[in-house]
Design a binder for this molecule. Structure first.
Ligand SMILES: O=C(O)CCC(=O)C(=O)O
Ligand SMILES: [Fe+2]
Length: 337
């Protein structure tokens, strides 16, 4: 099955002005069409991405359970920090209408930068996994820089003024979130019950999500152009520098729905779907959720509100929208601060 086109982001660093303008326009049109795109050759080197999966493996499969349990992510409406056990986060609650009894089969670890003192990160003891925190904080910073570059391209491609989007996110202190996902091996028998999926179709909460994955497969984005509902396009991992980008909820609100958040899931990979007694190998991914500022209004920007398209979203701060979405994930009451 065909996937989305692969876009070479090195043009942004090395291209001529007309080539760069073409890149910006492609980025805007791909995100408009699919709510997702595939980039290669960003300034995050392949070795740094590969190293991330080694750290993920250490954290999830070698760190004693007690060390992870000591840094639990609280299941409330605040930004996620620390370790989430399998089944803690339920993505089916976010965007699916029929979601009774559906569970996610994934474990994850979330953190932000040390500068986010409002919602501090929770780290395992340095002596238990030396170097983990340094790697993660460095990788988050790299994602923040590339995320800002993608947003700058997007505002150019959409015909906005420089800073229109970037000033609403992408500045210090960095409050973006970096997440390591780990999916343990799982039997097709269990998946075929229809009750479990690695991740159910959902959209993310921030401006955009940057996503790196290993070779296990199963990641898919909604096919908006299919005549059949629930049709998804596979997003295979084909290039060592590959980074997927999704439009997320805050950007959908800011653009008054001109850009729609990409509905994505982690399903049984195509070759395994008809296997009755097989096992899916483990899978890992690293997601960076690029956040709007907490106090910025993520209601529709005036450039996207017209007589033909009146405002379809309410004015909310970045943090208010985030709390509504995380609250749904956990069925948690929305606390006000
Ligand atoms: O593991 C993946 O590829 C997707 C993870 C995801 O959708 C998420 O963490 O929000
Ligand atoms: Fe997601």
């Amino acid at each position: 099955m065909p996937s989305l086109p692969v876009i070479d982001f090195s043009v942004y660093y090395n291209g001529s002005e007309p080539e760069k303008a073409q890149l910006a326009s492609t980025i805007a049109s791909e995100l408009r069409k699919h709510g997702a795109m595939r980039l290669i050759n960003t300034r995050i080197p392949s070795e740094k991405i590969a190293e991330g999966f080694e750290w993920g493996k250490k954290f999830f499969t070698q760190l004693p359970a007690a060390e992870k349990e000591a840094i639990p992510n609280e299941r409330n409406a605040n930004p996620q920090r620390g370790w989430s056990y399998v089944g803690s986060e339920n993505t089916s609650k976010l965007d699916m209408v029929e979601n009774e009894g559906l569970e996610d089969e994934k474990e994850h670890f979330d953190h932000s930068s040390a500068a986010d003192t409002e919602f501090p990160s929770k780290w395992p003891a340095e002596s238990s996994i030396p170097g983990f925190r340094d790697y993660m904080e460095d990788f988050l910073q790299r994602c923040h820089v590339v995320g800002r570059e993608v947003m700058a391209n997007l505002e150019q491609g959409l015909g906005l003024a420089p800073g229109d989007l970037v000033s609403r996110c992408c500045t210090t202190p960095v409050i973006d979130e970096l997440r390591m996902n780990y999916y343990a091996p799982i039997s097709t028998q269990k998946l075929n019950t229809g009750k479990y999926r690695r991740a159910w179709p959902h959209t993310d909460f921030g401006m955009i999500t940057l996503l790196f994955q290993d070779d296990a497969g199963g990641l898919e984005v909604e096919d908006r152009y299919s005549s059949k509902p629930d049709t998804f396009i596979p997003l295979p991992h084909e290039h060592p520098t590959e980074m997927l980008v999704y439009v997320s909820n805050s950007l959908e609100h800011l653009t008054n729905g001109y850009l729609k958040a990409g509905l994505h899931q982690v399903a049984t990979p195509i070759g395994m779907q008809d296997v009755a007694n097989g096992t899916l190998p483990e899978r890992q991914s690293i997601a960076c959720f690029l956040k709007p500022h907490r106090h910025v209004n993520v209601g529709p920007m005036k450039q996207f509100v017209t007589a033909e398209r009146p405002k379809v979203f309410d004015d909310l701060t970045g943090l208010e929208l985030h709390r509504i979405r995380v609250g749904k994930l956990y069925g948690a009451p929305i606390e006000t601060q």
